[in-house]
Design a protein around this ligand. Structure first.
Ligand code: SF4
Ligand code: SF4
Length: 302
């Protein structure tokens, strides 16, 4: 059987936002959801791809010379890309003098990931941190994910798995022994979930409740976008999840920030129908107050 490898979009060392303490976070590439507000849109497609940041381009034309697929057309202060011709070989990105071009997505062996994470072990020990596998959706690369988590636990690392919940329940139960904390996204409710993410939320909630019942430690992470998924019905559901699963590790609201649009453009995607501004203090205090009124007083801002 070929060795399982994980397609990784990026690795963040010494991060503080993806679980307890100081963490190494591995962002996998490929996701079954298409959230309209995705703040890592370059993680959605399950293949390596070229990212182009027009702001950084010096129009030197080196990429046009390097690429024999005819992807780049650089002339008179313009740079057009014919993305459908790109083979994602990465040669133009290696040659670009300004880092305007990057190849997003590299295959990692599970041992490579754990070996990188172990470099920061002393920070984890001081802070209660460890390794987080995020995405994209890590469960979409199940075999390599499971091996990565198994090796990490063998090394005594604390592990978090950040997931959208849209994977077979049997797979969640399978990896649970190697996951210290699940970071479980709750993105919208009912019809809005299907409309805003492209998938139904019934399976996700069934998985969540079954995993909770199995004794797994779970923290809810709830992206909130003003006017899009912050309806009273959704906030009431969040409060209901917290009330009916009292042993949850916690519930974080994740206020929308408007960085995804530029990142989407760099990989030839568009994000439409989103607020132009990030969520502000008034949005956040309003959400927290509503949740508190509904009985969920311990929600925090992630
Ligand atoms: S990644 Fe390779 S094929 Fe794609 S544009 Fe660059 S050189 Fe051409
Ligand atoms: S090599 Fe880089 S800086 Fe030069 S034209 Fe291509 S993208 Fe722009």
């Amino acid at each position: 059987m070929p060795e399982a490898r994980l397609l990784v979009m990026d690795v963040l060392r010494a991060g503080l936002n993806d679980g307890p303490g100081v963490r190494t976070t591995v962002f996998t590439k490929g996701c079954p959801l298409k959230c309209r507000w995705c703040h890592n849109p370059e993680s959605q497609r399950p293949l390596p791809e070229l990212s182009f940041d027009a702001e950084r381009c010096a129009f030197c034309g080196r990429c046009e010379e390097t690429c024999d697929q005819g992807v780049h057309r650089v002339e008179a202060g313009t740079h057009r890309l014919e993305r459908r011709l790109c083979l994602a070989c990465g040669r133009c990105a290696s040659d670009c003098p300004t880092d305007a071009l990057k190849l997003v997505g590299r295959w990692w062996r599970p041992e490579e990931i754990v070996s990188l994470a172990l470099r920061d072990r002393r920070y984890y020990e001081r802070s209660g941190g460890g390794l987080t596998i995020s995405g994209g959706e890590p469960m979409a690369q199940f075999e390599a994910l499971r091996e990565t988590l198994r090796l990490a636990k063998r090394e005594g690392l604390h592990t978090c798995l950040d997931t959208c919940g849209h994977a077979p329940l049997a797979d969640y139960l399978d990896v649970a022994p190697w996951v210290d904390l699940f970071l479980w996204d709750v993105k919208a409710t009912g019809e809005a979930h299907a409309r805003l993410t492209g998938v139904d939320d019934k399976r996700i909630e069934r998985n969540l409740r079954a995993l909770y019942a199995s004794g797994a430690r779970i923290r809810l992470r709830c992206p909130l976008v003003p006017g899009l998924n912050d309806s009273d019905a959704h906030l009431a559901r969040l409060a209901d999840l917290a009330r009916t699963m009292p042993e949850l590790d916690g519930l974080d609201i994740m206020p929308f920030h408007a960085l995804g649009r530029d990142k989407a453009a760099r990989v030839g995607m568009t994000q439409q129908g989103l607020p132009t501004e990030s969520a502000g203090p008034a949005d956040i205090s309003g959400w927290l107050a509503t949740l508190a009124d509904l009985g969920c007083r311990d929600a925090t801002v992630g």
